[in-house]
Design a protein around this ligand. Structure first.
Ligand code: GLU
Length: 419
């Protein structure tokens, strides 16, 4: 209490708890407490007015035990080393939960991209790629989109890397535009994965998605797509938010119309959207609405202990990485709120990134149906592994997910050995 939120410390607490439940000795998993590599870079950027600004960026490679480092890169004014370290560790666990052959990494630049022109954003991305060049590559470390980065940014990143290599190298990043090696289905993959796990948890808890009340925090690639796909499944999405605030309609929002509105122009926000029957609520009000399903799909540190006390949702499906704090999680557990944890719920993105990478390595493309079906297979299998582990150990789905993930990483570590 009163201590500054540090996502890396939060990760360590969860890790220790799961290791204890697996009866691990500290020696078995101590390596997971330390990222294998942490790189900090200074990115000089020529601004449109001719001046030069320097932005700080990071790439953290947490664990490479199970495969190349994998994970997104975010552009946000609050990015710092502890955040990137935590996000990198969560990627190691995420890839292990669904058993894709990757380790975990993450990158970020401390910048508010809404303050940059498109040209500045492109130059920043190219310079960042150049600075990361010595430590990334299709067999080494493969970035992808995350908060405030998208397919266009991945295209620039890939081009900068390919130029240095001297040949086209699409497998160095995932989440690219389709025309230059991106995968069909990657754009919607994280949201689609959330829809699948929400459907699976509703089956286990015996409630129907038809008419289930849902609140979604975040209207970007993750929250917006999850809201849209759940809306199509018959859910009543009563609230949605973005950086400009939250909108609410107890009869349900027309999500298709809202997403179309937001995507029509770069920079459009929910504050610009209006329709009869809509009211505006605060972020805290959204998180504590009386709904069946709450989907925090924005940033970490949202469901703190204080907010969690007032959460009325039956189920929380974590679209964001780390939206619930360690203390918040305890409060939800005590209240009997079922939490489908981030490292399972939002792994649809990295699953389809894996498919994209496989397609790149084989110079072969899959149709969208194959992508979506294989995504469903992998995420449902991951869900069942987590559910069964949690049931057997009589614990939460978060602990179940960490037990599956850590078990796999520790086994691989032992098999590889330490000289
Ligand atoms: N940034 C996404 C995540 O946090 C996707 C990572 C990836 O596709 O590599 O899972």
């Amino acid at each position: 209490m009163g201590k500054k939120y540090n996502p890396y410390d939060e990760m360590l607490q969860v890790l220790d708890r799961a290791a204890e439940m697996l009866n691990l000795e500290e020696d078995d998993y101590i390596q997971l407490k330390y990222p294998e590599r942490e790189l900090k870079v200074a990115i000089p950027l020529r601004m449109d007015d001719g001046s030069i600004k320097v932005f700080e960026g990071y790439r953290v490679q947490h664990s490479g035990v199970r495969g190349p480092y994998k994970g997104g890169m975010r552009y946000h004014q609050n990015v710092d080393l502890d955040e990137v370290k935590a996000l990198a560790a969560w990627m190691s666990f995420k890839c292990a939960v669904v058993n894709v052959p990757y380790g975990g990494g993450k990158g970020g630049v401390t910048v508010d991209p809404t303050k940059l022109s498109k040209g500045e954003l492109e130059r920043l991305t190219r310079k960042y790629a150049t600075l990361l060049y010595p430590v990334i590559g299709p067999q080494v470390d493969i970035p992808a989109p995350d908060v405030n980065t998208n397919a266009e940014v991945m295209g620039w990143f890939m081009d900068a890397y390919s130029t240095l290599e001297g040949h086209l190298s699409p497998g160095v990043v995932t989440g690219k535009p389709i025309e230059i090696g991106g995968s069909l289905g990657r754009g919607e993959a994280t949201g689609r994965g959330i829809m699948f796990v929400t459907r699976e948890i509703s089956k286990k808890l015996n409630f129907s998605l038809k008419g289930a009340k849902v609140a979604v925090q975040g209207a970007g690639n993750v929250g917006g797509t999850a809201a849209k796909l759940l809306f199509r499944e018959g859910c009543q999405v009563v609230a949605l938010s973005d950086v400009s605030g939250a909108i609410y309609n107890e009869e349900g929002l027309d999500i298709e119309e809202i997403i179309e509105f937001l995507q029509a122009e770069r920079g459009r926000l929910l504050k610009d959207y209006n329709t009869p029957g809509l009211s505006r609520i605060s972020n805290e009000e959204l998180l504590t609405l009386d709904v069946d399903i709450l989907i925090p799909a924005a940033l970490e540190n949202q469901l703190t202990a204080d907010i969690s006390k007032n959460v009325r949702a039956k189920v929380v499906v974590e679209g964001a990485n780390g939206p619930t704090t360690f203390e918040g999680d305890k409060v939800l557990e005590d209240k009997g709120v079922i939490v489908v944890p981030d490292i399972l719920a939002n792994c649809g993105g990295v699953i389809v990134s894996y498919f994209e990478w496989v397609q790149n390595l084989q110079s072969f493309s899959w149709d969208e149906e194959r992508v979506n079906n294989q995504l469903e297979d992998l995420i449902v299998k991951g869900f069942n592994d987590v559910w069964n582990t949690a049931q057997e150990a009589d614990t939460t789905l978060r602990m179940g997910a960490y037990m599956v993930a850590i078990g796999r990483i520790v086994t691989a570590t032992k098999m590889r050995g330490l000289a």
